[in-house]
Design a protein around this ligand. Structure first.
Ligand SMILES: *Cc1c(COP(=O)(O)O)cnc(C)c1O
Length: 453
């Protein structure tokens, strides 16, 4: 083990890091980041790492972005926090006025939470309560897709299905119904992205038909199942799902926490399907990696289902202490302004095309890369032991994790998801930096494969 710095020693003395086996830190101690700028992080020893995953999918415009830094400083001197029940503030009001202009059509009212999982809890409770008090008390179930990820609080785990997060807690959670997800890389219908008609929806359709009077909502990660391994599926699936849910008075909840705010090349991923959800959850890019905040957007119809005299008991009694925090709101407002002023969506699509072209050249014919897939500024490589059979490396080999460790030494942070390595850089990444990111990735893969021989 490397010699530890004083900070690293203290870290390991006190901190239980998220999503980690702490014993792994014996081999790879926590990297203490002292400062960051643009796409680069710098540790206490002066080593620089390119942040190819936007620090857990949140950073949009680079670290320490001057425009955002400025508005935070201004906001702090005006108002840092105020309770959001009975009180309001300028930053929050201006934010939702702007947000209303860019969310999918029909989303008209907004509620606040302070992290993605909490916004999922709110969405589920809203849908459930709406049906309870609007003549459909039998609608108490939720459907989500297999391999879905919607956060890690106990309620959110009920609609999640990524085993490493869910398995241990199954006896504790209230599990929803699971519909088979689209499985495009291994499509059982033998289709590809170009001739797909979302045939696999028939399986979901059957499930919805069977339970149609008991389902409150269907929740999806539109177009990309992130934690499942950046699995990209056809928007046609969403079009069909929207039609069927509408027919049976079932809410469609779009979890846009990872894919919202331009990540897929549109402001929201639902736009690829050209249909609107009843409830939308937003976080991550909402505050560009600066502040824990989430917003739930709902339709006027859902809002009206709660609007009544107090004594009717129809209020939505759900709150988080930091709901609508003014600093978070001011940051999110600036995020929307940057989208407009700097033509960000055009930038994402232009750089996304460059990334696609270069990544295809490097990876498409590689014998251990089953597929390179991409949408907007999300690219992913799926490793396979055998390209013909698409057989995976055994999970004990921790392929992604091993490549991640090699890439770190070469100056790139490429956090894996099992057998998948993905690129999800801040939008301000330059073409040169894209090349560098891809080259480090390629070299790291080769080094891993050579070592394995
Ligand atoms: C990150 C994420 C969440 C959970 O958000 P947290 O802020 O980590 O609680 C939920 N859904 C999706 C799709 C996510 O990517």
């Amino acid at each position: 083990m490397n010699k530890l710095s004083e900070l690293q020693k203290k870290d390991l003395q006190y901190i239980f890091h998220p999503c980690s086996q702490m014993k792994d830190y014996e081999n790879l101690p926590p990297m203490v980041i002292k400062k960051a700028e643009g796409v680069y992080l710098e540790d206490e020893f002066g080593n620089r790492y390119m942040d190819c995953v936007s620090s857990w999918w949140v950073n949009l415009f680079g670290h320490c972005n001057p425009r955002i830094n400025k508005v935070i400083k201004e906001q702090i001197d005006k108002l840092e926090h105020v309770l959001f029940v009975n009180f309001s503030h300028e930053a929050g009001i201006e934010l939702v006025e702007e947000l209303a202009k860019v969310v999918p059509k029909g989303i008209e009212k907004f509620l606040f939470a302070d992290n993605g999982s909490s916004s999922i809890e709110m969405a589920l409770k809203l849908s459930f309560q709406y049906h309870q008090q609007n003549g459909n008390p039998k609608k108490t179930k939720f459907i989500s897709l297999s391999n879905a990820y919607h956060g890690e609080t106990v309620g959110a785990l009920g609609v999640g299905d990524v085993d490493i997060f869910t398995k241990t807690y199954r006896p504790l959670i209230k599990e929803g119904l699971k519909a088979d997800k689209p499985e495009c890389f291994r499509c059982p219908y033998g289709k590809n992205f170009y001739n797909c008609e979302a045939e696999c929806f028939e399986r979901t359709e059957k499930l919805i038909e069977e339970y149609r009077d008991e389902i409150a909502a269907v929740i999806i990660e539109p177009v990309v199942q992130g934690a499942a391994g950046m699995k990209i599926y056809s928007p046609k699936y969403i079009v069909k799902l929207r039609e069927l849910t509408k027919k049976y008075g079932i809410h469609l909840i779009a979890d846009e926490i990872a894919v919202g705010f331009g990540r897929t090349g549109k402001m929201f991923a639902m736009e690829h399907a050209g249909v609107s959800p009843d409830i939308i959850c937003m976080s991550k890019g909402l505050t560009a990696g600066y502040y824990p905040m989430a917003i739930v957007g709902i339709t006027q119809d859902i809002y009206d289902g709660f609007y009544a005299d107090y004594l009717e008991g129809k209020s939505f009694l759900h709150s988080h202490t930091y709901s609508g925090n003014p600093i978070g709101c001011r940051i999110a407002l600036e995020v929307l302004k940057i989208f407009k002023d700097e033509n960000i969506l055009e930038m994402v699509n232009r750089k996304g095309e460059y990334l696609r072209k270069r990544a295809q050249e490097l990876f498409k014919d590689h014998k251990n890369i089953g597929e390179y897939r991409q949408i907007g500024m999300i690219g992913a490589l799926e490793f396979v032991k055998n390209k013909e059979t698409k057989e995976l490396f055994p999970s004990e080999e921790r392929v992604g994790y091993e490549i991640y460790k090699i890439a770190l030494k070469k100056g790139a942070l490429l956090r894996p998801l099992g057998n998948v390595i993905y690129f999800m850089p801040p939008y301000i990444i330059t073409e040169e930096e894209i090349d560098k990111m891809l080259n480090i990735c390629k070299e790291s893969i080769e080094e891993f494969l050579n070592r394995r021989k």
